[in-house]
Ligand binder design. Structure first.
Ligand SMILES: Cc1cc2nc3c(=O)[nH]c(=O)nc-3n(C[C@H](O)[C@H](O)[C@H](O)COP(=O)(O)OP(=O)(O)OC[C@H]3O[C@@H](n4cnc5c(N)ncnc54)[C@H](O)[C@@H]3O)c2cc1C
Length: 599
């Protein structure tokens, strides 16, 4: 089954020593009372739930998968329902929910950390409550007061779960093509008909009701994305008193057989004159859906962070235990017939790559969580706006860069185990399979790259990017008097300068030929990912260096390890940026020259 231990020490380093969350939360009236000790208690108890309840179900879920029964109901794997009941009863589902709807009002940064642990323990299970968060956010932003009153408390408590019904057989990326219809009824509701595919958590036995958020077209709606509206379609229509009423015309036609996340039911959802209610303005459904998608995109980054962490833990334990061959510099363990494989430089490369990616991703995603708290709850408008800009800029990077690295990390973890990594009983191959979907759904990573370069960078002439750049320059300046930090700050400064030049060049070329942006986008996202991770590693190294000076013998190894990992990152992973910059500069001609017919 493998092992999972919540990485509390590193989580605390990021939250308390790097981000100083308590200090920032004090400035948000809603969270002014939250202190470091409360956060630590939540993480410790939440970590126990993840390690003791969710993790033991991970392999079971993979092996058993979900079953669609003859009546269209879906049975989740053994233990999933009981774990969900406990999750709700112990209040974990309502952790980050707003107090006005029955939630505990914990800041996003804290619930993000909890989400990391849930995903390490069991991504497929975590997707059931995870999708409810997206539905909650969209309804909170665009729902009527009545809709909020009916749905948000139930989504908060976990009594009901949510889904996101966008994709149809002929359209996933290009939602402008969707065909599902919504006909108005005389009572103000709509009759929704069509077929959605690939709907995560679309049908299951965990909750009493499922709240589908469905994209559909009104009669005479304009073609394309300007004619899409968003509807609530509950599995059971709520009665006036809030209890569940009649069964609605929404059902699961089948469940997909897929590569990973077997414990999560990926459903074909048939809508047969299902009763639905409009959310927000007619034909503006995509705006509402983007609220849900942005929240989900950050959540997908969190899924890959969680998987990379648990895969790393297992490959590390194996590398310390497995003996094969002798160290090149002479026996490290002469009493045994061979040395542990962790003594071999290339095994260390695989372990340190995972570690450097995981720890930077943790710092990045928790920072994003805090930025979301500041975006929504800071009393000063300028700070809210600055944080909103940074979150908008970096959401595609959280999704794209962390999920690409998550797949690489889980593959490396499998490689550390050699042939045993490929054998199901060790669990590593499941992580590789589970991690692969994260690069595809919520907008493929190509779409994230186009969003970053097109909408977030070029559309505002680099204004948001410059805001982020200013933060980088300030960090570098703060270390100007510390020569020991130069080995970290120099490459960060050099990459920032390259990014400014490259962005201007691509912008110029794209004005003449839009394919230039399309051709540069994917390497560009990876370059920006490294800019963010370089920033994170400079930040972490700066904190570690300071703390090391006064650290106890017990604490010193942690800070030394941070510095060594930062050095590894800049020596072995950061250099990838030079090749990526060349790729991004190589333009569209090498891709577009070949006629489609001649491929
Ligand atoms: C397990 C699983 C769970 C899912 N869960 C949900 C869910 O809960 N709800 C939901 O609505 N959907 C869900 N999806 C659907 C998922 O979001 C889509 O599969 C994804 O967005 C891609 O759409 P597509 O499959 O139609 O691929 P397509 O859109 O056909 O894309 C095919 C390829 O072309 C590329 N491409 C397409 N357009 C462009 C472009 N303009 N520029 C450059 N490249 C482009 C894509 O990047 C991709 O590589 C899920 C899918 C899976 C497999």
């Amino acid at each position: 089954m493998g092992q999972y231990t919540p990485p509390l020490r590193d989580m605390q380093f990021v939250l308390h020593e790097m981000l100083e969350v308590e200090k920032h939360l004090k400035k948000l009236p809603q969270h002014a009372e939250i202190d470091a000790a409360t956060i630590d208690t939540v993480l410790e108890e939440g970590g126990k739930f993840c390690a003791e309840v969710l993790f033991p179900l991970n392999q079971i879920g993979d092996r058993e998968g979900c079953k669609r029964n003859a009546d269209g109901s879906v049975t989740t794997p053994r233990g999933f329902k009981e774990a969900y009941e406990r999750f709700c009863a112990d209040g974990w589902g309502s952790l980050g929910g707003d107090t006005e709807f029955g939630g505990q009002g914990m800041p996003h940064v804290v619930s993000s950390a909890f989400m990391e642990m849930m995903n390490s323990a069991n991504q497929a299970w975590t997707m059931y409550p995870g999708l409810s968060h997206g539905a909650y956010n969209a309804l909170k932003a665009f729902g009527t007061p009545e809709q909020k009153k009916t749905y948000l408390p139930k989504l908060t408590s976990g009594e009901w779960t949510g889904t996101m019904c966008l994709t149809e057989a002929h359209c996933g990326t290009d939602l402008g093509l969707l065909k599902t219809k919504a006909e108005p009824n005389t009572d103000g509701s709509y009759s929704i008909s069509g077929t959605k595919i690939f709907i995560s958590a679309g049908e299951h036995d965990l909750s009493k009701n499922i709240v589908h958020l469905v994209l559909a077209r009104l009669p005479d709606a304009p073609q394309g994305t300007k004619g899409i509206s968003l509807f609530i379609v509950p599995k059971f229509v709520p009665k006036a008193d809030g209890s569940t009423g009649a069964r609605n015309g929404v059902s699961c036609g089948s469940i997909e057989h897929k590569m990973g996340i077997h414990g999560n039911a990926t459903c074909v959802i048939n809508l047969d004159n299902a009763k639905g209610w409009l959310v927000g303005t007619p034909n503006k459904g995509l705006n509402a859906m983007f609220v849900m998608m942005n929240s989900a995109r950050l959540g997908v980054g969190m899924q890959s962070l969680g998987l990379a962490e648990v895969a790393y833990q297992n490959s590390l334990a194996y590398a310390k235990d497995r003996i094969q061959g002798r160290s090149l510099t002479g026996p490290k363990n002469p009493g045994k017939p061979a040395d542990a494989i962790i003594e071999h430089p290339d095994v260390r490369r695989m372990l340190l790559t995972q570690k450097a990616y995981v720890e930077a991703a943790r710092a990045f995603t928790y920072w994003a969580g805090l930025a979301i708290d500041r975006e929504h709850k800071h009393p000063e408008e300028k700070i809210r706006k600055d944080n909103a800009d940074l979150v908008a800029l970096l959401t595609p990077v959280v999704k794209g860069f962390i999920t690409d690295n998550g797949y690489e990390s889980t593959t490396l973890a499998m490689q550390v185990l050699g042939g045993h990594g490929y054998i199901a009983e060790w669990g590593l191959e499941q992580y590789v399979r589970d991690a692969r979907i994260n690069m595809i759904y919520e907008g493929t990573n190509t779409i994230q790259a186009l969003d970053l370069l097109g909408r977030k960078v070029l559309a505002d002439m680099g204004a948001k990017l410059m805001k982020f750049g200013k933060g980088i320059q300030d960090l570098i300046a703060s270390h100007a008097a510390t020569p020991e930090m130069k080995e970290f700050t120099d490459p960060l400064g050099a990459l920032l300068a390259e990014v400014s030049k490259l962005t201007a060049e691509i912008g110029q070329k794209a004005m003449k030929n839009p394919d230039e942006a399309g051709a540069a986008a994917v390497p560009y996202l990876r370059i920006i990912g490294h800019l963010v991770f370089s920033f994170a590693w400079v930040y972490a190294a700066g904190v570690a260096m300071k703390k090391l000076a006064g650290a106890s013998a017990a604490d010193a190894p942690f800070y030394k390890t941070k510095l060594i990992t930062a050095r590894f990152y800049f020596a072995k992973l950061y250099p990838e940026t030079a090749g990526l910059i060349k790729q991004a500069r190589a333009g569209s001609a090498p891709l577009m020259e070949l006629e489609a017919v001649n491929f």
